[in-house]
Design a protein around this ligand. Structure first.
Ligand code: ATP
Length: 200
């Protein structure tokens, strides 16, 4: 049986970067953010249910989901947020489970990459938790450089996420990503070996 390993960390901590390094070792990974977008793509039953519930105001001119419009509605109305989460969370979970173990996959484990692994019940889907750790200042400068955001925007997002110390308490393995890419690659290779022993 293929184990599922959770990979998490705050904004700009390096989740995508580290997932790609595991990918280079032949490990399949699925990004929960990608799946959250896929379940509401045009033509999906979920998008149609959302449209029936909230009306055409949550559609963009191309018929896709207008995320900003939907966010504004559920931000004002907790009951509507509960309705939306009740629809989407089980769908996302089901789709994650489907994608995490592809047919004929013969590795000991695959990886669920999720910024909200510890904040949501997604952590119940994994057998082991890897937290990517960087100082807040590194998170800020890397995210600003990548997204062209200003500092206060990034600081607001970090303040809304689970604090670094709490994430570390829940970690089975920690990757220090305040280092060069070569150094992080070595850490990934070491954790890969550990996981092969534990789940192979
Ligand atoms: P988000 O939560 O916003 O999706 P993330 O956790 O997936 O972010 P990445 O996109 O992997 O983070 O990394 C953030 C930025 O930092 C990227 O531009 C990436 O290239 C850079 N980065 C990641 N790791 C390192 C490193 N060890 N050295 C230098 N730059 C890095």
């Amino acid at each position: 049986m293929t184990a599922v390993i959770g990979l998490t960390g705050g904004i700009g901590s390096g989740k995508s970067t580290v997932a790609r390094l595991f990918g280079e070792l032949g490990i399949h990974w699925v990004d929960a953010d990608d799946v959250a977008r896929q379940v509401v793509e045009p033509g999906t039953p979920a998008l149609e249910q959302i449209r029936q519930h909230f009306g055409d105001r949550i559609l963009d001119p191309q018929g896709g989901l207008d995320r900003a419009a939907l966010r504004a509605i559920v931000f004002r109305d907790p009951d509507q947020r509960t309705w939306l989460e009740g629809l989407l969370h089980p769908l996302i979970r089901q789709e994650l489970q489907r994608q995490l173990v592809p047919e004929h996959y013969d590795q000991a484990y695959s990886i669920l990459v999720s910024p909200l692994l510890l904040e949501t019940d997604q952590h119940t889907m994994v057998q082991n938790i890897v937290v990517i750790d960087v100082p807040v200042e590194t998170q800020i400068t890397r995210t600003m450089a990548r997204d062209n955001n200003d500092r206060s925007q990034v600081e607001r997002i970090i303040a809304a996420q689970m604090p670094r110390e709490e994430k570390l308490k829940k970690a089975d393995e920690v990757i220090d990503n305040d280092v060069s890419l070569n150094d992080v690659k070595r850490q990934v290779e070491a954790i890969h070996k550990t996981l092969l022993v534990a789940f192979g």
